[in-house]
Design a protein around this ligand. Structure first.
Ligand SMILES: NC(=O)C1=CN([C@@H]2O[C@H](COP(=O)(O)OP(=O)(O)OC[C@H]3O[C@@H](n4cnc5c(N)ncnc54)[C@H](O)[C@@H]3O)[C@@H](O)[C@H]2O)C=CC1
Ligand SMILES: O=C(O)C(=O)CO
Length: 325
């Protein structure tokens, strides 16, 4: 008999078939308040779990006594209780690398669209406001040769640094816990303290994962240290930025603008003040959302689960210490 797995995200047909060759699949559309009991029931027999979104915590794991492998269709894993998985010797697999370049493209889209006011200006054209030669009220600010500060110099940070350096001649600053030789040698990046990065950068680009340490890394105090002409780009996880403090800073002119792909609450509530600020570009968490990359992530996650349940993990394991036991 094939091992049973719970799948909680729709997959392309060929990938679904690949999973079916190995496993008997019980499928759900997400893990929600509504289907929670059904998911918990299915988990009683499940040896594998694959999907994205929703909390995979102790309560859920308590309903999954036979679980041997978990695969998320994402690189971020802040919604998983990794300690609890590790305590139970369950490998957690994720999808790094396959989405790096696509997310870096999204970050540059936010840099360009905030600086050049692409969304705002295009809306004005559609509204019929382009009636004569444009004046200064349509102008943006330059991107090329401006300083970009990257907080979270990992895979995506490095890909952003590459674009900024080679594409836009931007000096690159970064703040990190350790030195990144590749970024320094290839892109002339300079490591600096957070305060210095905030004070010197024209674009502050936050690409940190969400952890206990990174929660509200950027708050009122940090925003006050930025240039009033600076633009904040947030594409890691929403709670890394104190959104209330950011809204105040944008309203008061403490900083110039913000480009955001992630928010403290997603989907962004319809009454969020961010939606009525003209100096905000808000995207619906589309960092990796291209057809090619989302397919690549799903394929990677499927292969990851197969590897985890056949004992053949070679890469992409978040808690590799469970493999040594
Ligand atoms: N907007 C979107 O759609 C997407 C968002 N993401 C987010 O981006 C994050 C980063 O992805 P990758 O670059 O692939 O991960 P990564 O693990 O390669 O990079 C994260 C970097 O942050 C650094 N870091 C972690 N904690 C830190 C701290 N307390 N202080 C300073 N630096 C710290 C790490 O050392 C690492 O260099 C993901 O965890 C995910 O949350 C990822 C993909 C898509
Ligand atoms: O992979 C992730 O962590 C995302 O946020 C979506 O691609």
């Amino acid at each position: 008999m094939k091992p049973s797995i719970v799948l909680y995200k729709k997959l392309p047909a060929d990938l679904h078939q690949r999973l079916e060759q190995h496993f008997s699949i019980v499928e759900f559309e997400g893990i929600t308040e509504e289907n929670r009991t059904k998911v918990f029931n299915a988990l009683q027999q499940a040896e594998g779990l694959i999907g994205s979104g929703g909390a995979v915590n102790k309560e859920l794991l308590d309903h999954a006594p036979r679980l041997r492998g978990v695969s998320t269709i994402s690189v971020g894993y802040d919604n998983f209780d990794v300690d609890e998985l590790t305590r139970r010797d369950i490998p957690l697999m994720h999808t790094p690398t396959v989405l790096t370049e696509t997310v870096a493209d999204t970050v540059m889209a936010l840099v360009l669209s905030t600086a050049r006011r692409v969304v705002n200006v295009a809306e004005r054209v559609k509204a019929g406001e382009w009636n004569s030669n444009i004046g200064a009220d349509w102008f943006g600010v330059d991107v090329h040769h401006k300083t970009i500060g990257i907080i979270g110099m990992g895979r995506i940070g490095l890909a952003v640094a590459q674009r900024a350096h080679f594409g836009f001649n931007m000096p690159v600053l970064y703040n990190a816990r350790s030195q990144h030789k590749a970024a320094e040698e290839r892109f002339g990046a300079k490591k600096c303290e957070l305060d210095e990065l905030l004070a010197k950068s024209d674009f502050v680009c936050v690409l940190l994962p969400l952890t206990e340490q990174t929660f509200h890394t950027i708050g009122k105090e940090q925003l006050a240290k930025m240039k009033s002409s600076a633009i904040l780009i947030s594409a890691g996880r929403g709670p890394v930025i104190d959104e209330k403090a950011l809204i105040a800073a944008l309203k008061e002119g403490t900083i110039h603008a913000a480009g955001m792909d992630v928010f403290e609450t997603e989907p962004l509530p319809k009454d969020s003040p961010l939606l009525s600020l003209p100096n905000v570009v808000a995207l619906p968490h589309i960092g990796s959302a291209t057809h090619e990359t989302r397919y690549g992530m799903a394929a990677c996650a499927v292969d990851n689960l197969i590897a985890a349940l056949t004992g053949e993990i070679k890469e992409n394991c978040v808690n590799p210490q469970v493999l040594k036991k």
